[in-house]
Ligand binder design. Structure first.
Ligand code: COA
Length: 177
């Protein structure tokens, strides 16, 4: 995976030595809002890191560690997820951020860069984000990422809005947001 840069962030591939930093985040209930719950065992973080490193090795779009420029601290993740086991063929852009950094526009910045990377460098035809209807900050990020609600599904037992943007829509609005 390439390293991506935004005004305020570095987005880089995950490494094995990120387990401790990520385990701390995954144990935080705010970081894990609208998920199946906090990780209580280090092994769960190891599984996450090995999964995304596997995608990197396979050369397919993966997750990025989100790091503020000039720092050495991971404050979240933003990147691509796959859900074929749930009958979803589209690639998702998913994200979580350390609550100390919320509402500064950081994940919007990261998600736009990830989206642009997907369409520009990975030739994706469409990307989605799967969001609980009550998750207003995430819905706002998806909107600011140029996505629109397409339909409502049940995902992992929860009501879920499918936000989507196609390559054509992205091309038509390039330079706008
Ligand atoms: C979702 C999340 C990643 C957003 O990160 P962030 O860097 O704070 O997002 P941004 O600052 O780029 O944008 C957040 C937007 O939501 C808005 N917002 C925040 N709280 C809100 C609320 N309670 N109601 C409505 N809008 C809200 C902010 O005002 C901002 O919109 P604006 O730029 O129009 O003002 C972060 O809240 C998070 O990690 N949440 C827990 C994990 C999660 O829910 N992940 C997504 C799963 S689908």
């Amino acid at each position: 995976m390439p390293t991506l840069e935004t005004d305020r962030l570095i987005l880089r591939s995950f490494r094995k030595r990120d387990v401790d930093a990520m385990a701390q985040l995954f144990a935080n209930p705010d970081f894990m809002r609208f998920s199946l719950g906090v990780f209580t065992q280090r092994k769960q973080t190891v599984v996450f890191i090995e999964k995304v490193m596997g995608w990197d090795r396979a050369g397919i779009p993966s997750q990025f560690a989100v790091i503020p420029r000039g720092k050495d601290t991971i404050i979240g993740y933003c990147g691509f997820f796959y859900h074929p086991e749930h009958g979803i063929e589209d690639i998702e852009i998913g994200y979580r951020l350390n609550p100390d950094y919320w509402n500064r526009g950081l994940i919007t910045e990261a998600a736009r860069t990830v989206r642009d990377h997907g369409f520009r460098d990975r030739n994706l035809s469409r990307v989605i984000s799967l969001i609980h209807p009550e998750n207003l900050p995430s819905r706002r990020v998806a909107e600011k990422n140029g996505m629109k609600v397409e339909r409502k599904i049940t995902f992992r037992g929860f009501p879920t809005l499918v936000f989507a943007v196609t390559r054509e829509q992205w091309l038509a609005t390039r330079g706008v947001g």
